[in-house]
Design a binder for this molecule. Structure first.
Ligand code: F6P
Length: 526
């Protein structure tokens, strides 16, 4: 496959960027074209997307679609969905889509539905069995999905059943959780694809000790494991296990047995609705023409911003408090997937890959870092997520929330010129400052891009579709960049060095260490 920067479309995009892209002004574009909103917005399953406030015109999208074709996006997508080895460095297929396909509609259907049925039956049993607390012990992909989804679907949660998440190998994480628990009414889920992850094994050991120290005997009833390594879970003493497969990447695993805490929180029917929403988005990604394919368009605009505009980051602003962990979830999904410096053939890449992804729920972010988004020196595309109908009764709060969401994307785009700033009444405290100087401080450049997603309501189905949209978007930009979006070798070096340093913390042996690490080691031991 031709590398993306050697395609004809890339050259065309470079020319287009210089001639039109760099200078595109959103305010002029809307003034010129009253149909811009309709032309650049799209209804995908459960997710409406307004792309019209992005720095694109029809020519940009045409060239980006050419780029997708030249890079073989559709062929790569189809190969992944068929179950071909899409993760070459680990020799694995990539089939998280099979986890949410109806019976018989995707590879490994019997295995998938066998585990799903058993896991959901167990979740229902836990919900009926007098447990008050469920503690998920896992990290990365074995934590972030359930930790994001459970609060997002709080409206569907079972009252009186509290879900906790322990991930960090830091006693400050597990200790406050254990403090409030009754061992007789607590279920621990040890979630680890490999069942070897240091943090998870250490926390699971602490939890088991805590349980037995307080007279707990029935480990089989109070501990369950979700893992591909059922043997290691059994060796740890856990007999209730739900498996999954090596073709499910950690950050794509919330649809598998790793979703057990979600299923316990929201119940079988709602978990199945979450899967159905994701499947609807899978079909959209597989079947919609690229020009009307939401994940594909988003991934292509990401490439446009990263490689032509050279934007290094993207901010996510969910205007729904339930989605407070979505930015953290997306950080792993996108940055662990596409934070790569070589292509699938191992060639160093001369172009940027994953941007930094970050954010906080609106309106909190507005009162923290939105200053920089509006007036800072870097342009950072923002992604707003608005939910039309809330699941609480406070209509007044919701109206204010939505008005804030609309106002922010509007302000980013419209800005405020110095004439408008000069015409404003100056605050009395700045009376001594020259009027023009003050006006310059109060000027907003505008023309800052954003995307707004609208969900009718945050339901299991719409959340499933939203997350699947993000997965396929990450696949799209990764496919164009020609990288393996499904391995994560970048996390290994630190793990190996940690294994070397752990005994040194006890012994103080600094032989062979660099000066800084040796100095810090001594200080931490002293
Ligand atoms: O941080 C690396 C990583 O392998 C992630 O990809 C994964 O989600 C996480 O560790 C947890 O791994 P496991 O589920 O095997 O404990």
């Amino acid at each position: 496959m031709t590398r993306c920067d050697r395609t004809e479309a890339w050259a065309a995009l470079l020319g287009h960027y210089e001639a039109h892209g760099r200078g595109l002004d959103l305010r002029e574009a809307f003034a010129r074209d009253p149909g811009r909103f309709a032309a650049f917005s799209l209804q995908a399953p459960e997710v409406f997307a307004d792309l019209s406030k992005n720095l694109v015109d029809t020519a940009t999208l045409r060239f980006l679609l050419d780029l997708a074709r030249e890079c073989g996006l559709e062929a790569r997508r189809d190969a992944m969905l068929r179950g071909e080895v899409a993760n070459a460095t680990e020799g694995r297929a990539v089939l998280h889509t099979a986890l949410r396909a109806p019976r018989g509609a995707a590879p490994f259907g019997d295995e998938v539905h066998g585990v799903l049925d058993a896991m959901l039956a167990y979740a229902e049993k836990v919900r009926a069995d007098g447990f008050t607390d469920v503690v998920n012990i896992g990290i990365g992909g074995s934590d972030l999905g359930p930790q994001m989804v459970v609060p997002a679907l709080d409206a569907y949660g079972r009252r009186g059943l509290n879900l906790h998440f322990v991930s960090n190998v830091d006693g400050h994480d597990i200790e406050p959780v254990l403090r409030g628990l009754d061992p007789a009414k607590t279920l621990f889920i040890v979630a680890s694809k490999t069942f070897t992850t240091q943090e998870t094994m250490a926390n699971a050991t602490v939890a088991r000790q805590w349980f037995t120290d307080r007279g707990g005997r029935d480990v089989a009833r109070h501990f369950a494991a979700t893992t591909t390594n059922v043997k290691a879970a059994a060796e740890f003493g856990i007999s209730t296990t739900f498996g999954f497969w090596d073709w499910v990447g950690g950050r794509y695993s919330m649809w598998s047995a790793i979703g057990l805490p979600i299923a316990i929180a929201i119940g079988e029917a709602n978990f199945r609705a979450l899967l159905a929403g994701a499947h609807a988005m899978d079909r959209h990604f597989a079947e919609a023409p690229l020009a009307r394919n939401l994940p594909a368009l988003l991934g292509l605009i990401d490439v446009w911003y990263r490689n032509f505009h050279r934007f290094g980051s993207r901010s996510v602003a969910p205007y729904h408090q339930g989605l407070k962990r979505l930015p953290a979830y997306l950080q792993q999904l996108e940055m662990e997937s596409n934070g790569k410096q070589v292509d699938v053939e191992g060639r160093s890449l001369p172009y940027g890959t994953s941007p930094v992804v970050w954010g906080e729920p609106g309106t909190n972010g507005q009162h923290a870092y939105f200053q920089m988004l509006h007036q800072g020196t870097d342009v950072i595309p923002v992604e707003f997520i608005a939910v039309k109908t809330p699941s609480h009764p406070h209509a007044d709060l919701h109206a204010k929330l939505l008005a804030n969401c609309l106002a922010q994307s509007q302000a980013l785009m419209l800005g405020k010129d110095s004439d408008a700033a000069r015409a404003e009444k100056a605050p009395t405290a700045s009376a001594t400052l020259d009027r023009d100087v003050l006006a310059r401080h109060r000027t907003f450049p505008g023309n800052r891009p954003s995307t707004t997603f609208v969900l009718d309501a945050l339901t299991p189905r719409s959340l499933g579709a939203l997350i699947a949209m993000y997965e396929h978007r990450v696949f799209t930009s990764g496919a164009v960049w020609g990288i393996n979006s499904f391995d994560q070798w970048g996390v290994e070096l630190g793990k190996a060095l940690c294994n070397d340093l752990l005994p040194r913390l006890a012994s103080g042996n600094a032989a062979g260490l660099d000066g800084s690490t040796a100095g810090l080691l001594a200080r931490l031991r002293g």
